[in-house]
Ligand binder design. Structure first.
Ligand code: KIV
Ligand code: ZN
Length: 564
């Protein structure tokens, strides 16, 4: 059997009974380090050109990143050239520190410093693999052998740095494949490295704990981080960094729990680009903090520009449901969601803490518009359709018409199989409810009120063939219905009727909506007009026309008139 879970062994949890991180709350952003230009770039089908790297670097600076890993200059000529370009062309702002990666190998470390010559400040990031599988199967070395590689690398990093006294150096060490390394051994290697660098004596040092491969649930990674923070020497003099990958889809969760467990710094990439399933997504983690009221210390308000630049540089498109950045993440198609969003947004006042159902953050914070929030397809209900008409056309529908019209929209969506835009919704509404047949155009009306009610004289029809109708009733609608009954023999009972004044800036001042039972058939119509009475009477005529016919029929009883 090919699909056999017995091929795999469960990850052993950390035997830690005193874990404190589950009670921790993140109240401050970690130090961010963007590794898009190194780890992200190394994972691309087509690595970035120098121009693309420059564009992405400039974006990262604009967003507020203060530490940016720009490449692996000893391993790649374009990375070397890009590093030189940044330094020689003075393109690194004073408050930004570039970081470069190198393996713990003498010739690579030498070349790395050549690339950094002239930098005001820089982080030299040295790594070697420490995991059991790498030791045993890739390097064929025991723990001591691996520890020697790390210690020798650290020694060389320190030695060569002293030849460049004008640069402010930070040293960073990663026990690569940390998550697959026995914790006691990881602590030994880290201690061997910091024993050389001596952060306690003033040398800035970062210890980066990579989940090179995400191997466990994020809580286990948090245990590993907390364990290391407790066991290694010079903890207080060090910055503990984490670098998570997303193999199990939990790269962000793992980094968040790691910060709860004591990590000071987080490495990742915009949109999570990186090897295999990617690196930790900086946008998601930063926005998660933002949505909890924590300043992410990054400015992600121009999300459209971020996705545009990342897509242009990586040639990877953004998934439409990518957290915070995707095209559809602030869109509701479901009717009940649309309804809830509409109600919450209507109640919201300026200055209120954000508390809107289905929208974890205010889309406008990311440069997205409310207009994008509600979109209509066949699953949308009355709320969404009503919201779109109100938002874009200032047309408010009564509930009974919302229900009726949403069925019209739904059937159109089912027929065309996709999304229905606001223009189409309006067009459907016009066609179905607002269209006025020539023969049923209201020309003039006169309403006379007396003790018995209202007497109506109404002129309706095309210019040359208009007719005068007369009727009586308790109100205008009843009087005109009576006139229609007398003239055309149609029995009319009004089932629902609503009128609305329209907002400023619209041609018409009033909208009337009516549903009537005409000869036992339900007919609904709406009308826009300058005053509510005209709108009401026109809606009544349009509804009756649905039963009687668009062309006005021969008059049934033209001799009958109404007594005054
Ligand atoms: O994923 C990883 O382990 C790395 C290291 C080089 C930090 O990218
Ligand atoms: Zn990595």
């Amino acid at each position: 059997m090919a699909f056999d879970h017995r091929k795999y062994a469960p990850f052993k949890p950390v035997a830690k009974k005193d874990r404190r991180w589950p009670d921790a709350v993140i109240e401050k952003a970690p130090t961010w380090c963007a590794v898009d230009l190194r780890d992200g770039n190394q994972s691309l089908i087509k690595p970035m050109s120098v121009a693309q790297k420059q564009r992405l670097f400039d974006l990262l600076v604009k967003l507020g990143f203060k530490e940016i890993e720009i490449g692996f200059p000893a391993a790649s000529q374009p990375d070397f050239d890009f590093c030189r370009k940044l330094i020689e062309e003075n393109r690194i702002p004073d408050d930004v520190t570039i970081q470069v990666l190198t393996q713990a190998r003498a010739e690579l470390i030498e070349r790395t410093y050549e690339a950094l010559d002239g930098a005001k400040k820089a982080i030299v990031h040295v790594y070697n693999s420490t995991s059991t599988v790498q030791r045993e199967q890739v390097f064929g070395l025991d723990r001591e052998g691996i520890c020697d590689i790390a210690r020798n690398g650290a020694t060389l990093v320190k030695e060569i740095a002293s030849r460049y006294p004008d640069t402010e150096w930070t040293f960073q060490y990663s026990p690569e494949s940390f998550t697959g390394t026995e914790l006691d051994f990881a602590a030994d290697v880290i201690d061997a490295v910091t024993g050389v660098w001596r952060p306690d004596q003033g040398q800035p040092v970062i210890i980066n704990l990579p989940a090179t491969v995400e191997m466990s649930t994020p809580n286990v990674f948090a245990d590993q981080v907390e364990w290391i923070c407790e066991k290694i020497q010079y903890r207080d003099a060090l910055s503990i960094s984490v670098h998570t990958h997303n193999d199990r889809g939990c790269g962000v969760a793992a980094a968040e729990l790691a910060v709860m467990a004591g990590a000071d710094r987080v490495e990742g990439t915009l949109m999570g680009n990186g090897e295999r399933t990617g690196n930790m997504d900086l946008v998601t983690m930063a926005m998660n903090l933002y949505s909890q009221g924590v300043d992410p210390e990054l400015d992600l308000s121009g999300m459209a520009e971020i996705t545009e630049v990342v897509e242009a540089c990586t040639e990877i498109s953004t998934h439409p449901r990518h957290p915070y950045a995707g095209e559809l993440v602030f869109t509701a198609f479901s009717g009940s969601h649309q309804d809830a969003i509409r109600k919450c947004l209507a109640r919201r006042k300026d200055g209120d803490v954000w508390n809107v159902a289905y929208l974890p953050i205010d889309p406008s914070d990311l440069g997205r518009r409310y207009e994008e929030v509600v979109r209509i397809n066949s699953q949308s209900g009355k709320g969404g359709v009503a919201y779109v008409l109100e938002r874009d056309y200032d047309i408010s529908l009564p509930r009974w018409l919302q229900i009726e019209f949403s069925k019209v929209v739904q059937s159109e969506a089912e027929t065309n199989g996709g999304e229905i835009d606001s223009h189409t919704i309006h067009h459907l509404f016009e066609e179905r409810y607002l269209k006025v047949a020539k023969d049923w155009t209201l020309r003039t009306y006169n309403l006379h009120r007396d003790d018995d009610g209202v007497r109506a004289d109404v002129v309706v029809g095309a210019d040359d063939t208009s007719v005068t109708l007369e009727g009586r009733g308790l109100g205008a609608v009843e009087a005109v219905s009576d006139a229609l009954t007398r003239r055309f023999g149609v029995s009319i009972a009004v089932e629902a009727y609503d009128e609305f004044a329209l907002g400023e800036g619209t041609k018409a001042n009033a909208l009337a909506c009516i549903r009537l039972n005409a000869n036992g058939r339900l007919c609904s119509a709406a009308a826009l007009a300058e005053d509510t009475t005209s709108a009401t009477l026109q809606a009544l005529f349009s509804a009756v026309a649905q039963e009687v016919g668009e062309q006005m029929p021969e008059i049934m009883d033209s001799s009958e008139s109404v007594s005054a």
